[in-house]
Design a protein around this ligand. Structure first.
Ligand code: NDP
Length: 313
């Protein structure tokens, strides 16, 4: 069985495929994006797409999905689609979701996430996505509470058919504690940066206790995939005779976490991932590597005051 066939059960009872296709795409790769996504869905056997309004790829995803649905190569129920509301849309997550659904050419998503526990100033179309003042500082919406967005997402979840589950992203245990105390829906997932350089052991434990599935973003460390060069990852790849990327994917999937690798390289995408049965000791060693050598790759300036562990390291 391929690691791509592993499903994880959300607190809604729905299943989420453990491996999702990351859809951040820089402008220079946009012309290749549709081919990469088609390869992922048809040959890499991905059944899960992780996107967001902010990535600017939803319209391209919508074109591919429509083509594959119309040609009968794929059915809507075959795939799990996640999108996210960006902080500049904090006042109106429904509008953000409707915009995403329009671009994705879908009636519903399987999961709708609050992208960051933040609120930015922005017009009714969420623009500019990252507003800045003359000195280049991010303009946060004054007096805004990130939980107000979550509360509006609960209403969307309860009163519409536009999303089958809701969750959060970039929440710390402290923020989750507040959310659980003040609202009545437990997020289905918390999507955070997570990999052998940043195992976030406490956060993972907290989420497990509260039945919140953890989704690992930037699993390879982002551009250039630095995590594939970690000596322990290389050593395990050699031992199991698989590419290093398979070790990282299995590190998450085996622990019941979703993992969201990104690639625009069709040859890599087509290969998919093999299942590797890492031992408990090896999983613990991978965690220990990050405890000893913490490194966070995504240090976007708007996250400066959120109290993330190892921020800027
Ligand atoms: P990743 O950590 O997945 O790394 C992507 C890089 O790894 C690319 O340079 C890619 O190059 C390279 N790569 C992929 N596979 C291989 C391989 N087999 N061998 C060598 N290099 C490889 O990147 P992201 O930071 O984009 O994270 C993945 C996804 O997580 C995003 O696309 C997004 O969906 C989500 N995310 C969510 C965030 C949030 O705030 N919720 C924040 C950041 C990301 P190539 O294309 O050439 O293969």
């Amino acid at each position: 069985m391929s690691a791509l066939d592993i499903d994880i059960t959300l607190n809604t009872g729905a299943k989420i495929p453990a491996v999702g296709f990351g859809t951040v795409c820089f402008d220079e790769f946009k012309s290749q994006f549709k081919d990469a996504l088609k390869a992922a869905l048809l040959e890499g056997h991905y059944r899960h797409i992780d996107t967001a309004w902010y990535y600017g790829t939803e319209a391209l995803i919508g074109e591919v999905l429509q083509e594959l649905f119309e040609s009968g190569k794929l059915k809507r129920e075959d795939i799990f689609v996640t999108t996210k509301v960006w902080p500049s849309f904090w006042k109106d997550p429904l509008k953000s979701l409707e915009k995403s659904l329009h671009d994705l050419r879908l009636d519903y998503v399987d999961l709708f996430l609050q992208h960051w526990p933040l609120a930015f100033e922005g017009d009714e179309n969420g623009l500019p996505a990252v507003p800045k003042d003359a000195e280049g500082n991010v303009k946060f919406a004054k007096g805004a509470d990130y939980l107000s967005t979550w509360k509006k997402m609960i209403l969307i979840y309860k009163n519409t058919t536009k999303t089958r589950a809701i969750g959060v992203s970039n929440y710390t245990p402290k923020m989750l504690t507040r959310l659980l105390k003040e609202t009545d829906v437990v997020p289905a997932t918390n999507q955070v940066e997570l990999h052998p350089h940043l195992p976030q052991v406490e956060l993972v434990k907290f989420c497990k206790e509260h039945k919140i599935v953890v989704e690992a973003f930037s699993p390879l460390g982002g551009n250039g995939a630095p995590n594939l060069k970690i000596p322990l990852v290389q050593q395990l790849a050699k031992k199991y005779n698989v590419p290093a990327v398979d070790i990282i994917v299995n590190y998450h999937a085996q622990a019941g976490r979703v993992v969201l690798p990104r690639s625009q390289n069709v040859e890599r995408i087509k290969k998919g991932f093999s299942e590797v049965k890492l031992t408990e000791k090896e999983l613990a060693e991978l965690d220990q590597f990050g405890i000893d050598h913490p490194k966070r790759f995504i240090n976007d300036v708007w996250g400066n005051d959120l109290g993330f562990e190892h921020w800027g390291q």
